[in-house]
Design a protein around this ligand. Sequence first.
Ligand SMILES: [Fe+2]
Length: 196
Amino acid sequence: MYKSIEIDNYAAYEPYISSYTMSVHYNQHYKKYLNNLNNLLSKYNFDYSKEELVKNIDVFPIEERANILFNLGGVLNHELFFNILGSGPISDELNDKLIEDFGSFDNFKNEFIRQANLLVGSGYTFLVLNKEKKLEIINIVNQDTPYSYGLIPIMNLDLWEHAYYLDYQSDRKTYINNFFSIIDFSKVSSNYEKEI
Ligand SMILES: [Fe+2]
């Protein structure tokens, strides 16, 4: 039984993400993935972390894997997204790595925004660490998780309509640009540093 993460202030990301959107996103969408996942797993006994569960999905009957993975991805992806929202400084380690892999912080930011605008349908843009320990920006559809591809997620932007539609309607472009005003780069930095 996986426990829910907590969000103590839905209004913390105003005016870029409204308190109403945060409340609906957390209470209705995230909690639904978590409840579905816990229900699907309730008949099994295991002590995998969620990340290990992705890698060991083949311990479950084949007909249940897609549903488990969809809800597990929904939980992991939302927990990462809610985790990196806020404000906080980037570490020297991550800043140096972004310069090494993208040329500059601005190049990284522009490439992240460019990729996010290219995503078609529901999904996420991710900053991930690949097997060669290089940072990459990728788009992921639906609730797939980078762990399924041997990639470690460092930060992500939720591009499902439920993440922005109440505040921006069809203006996804502005939502994407505003995202960079509400990222806690100290959290992104720790996500990176614990993997190197
Ligand atoms: Fe979402």
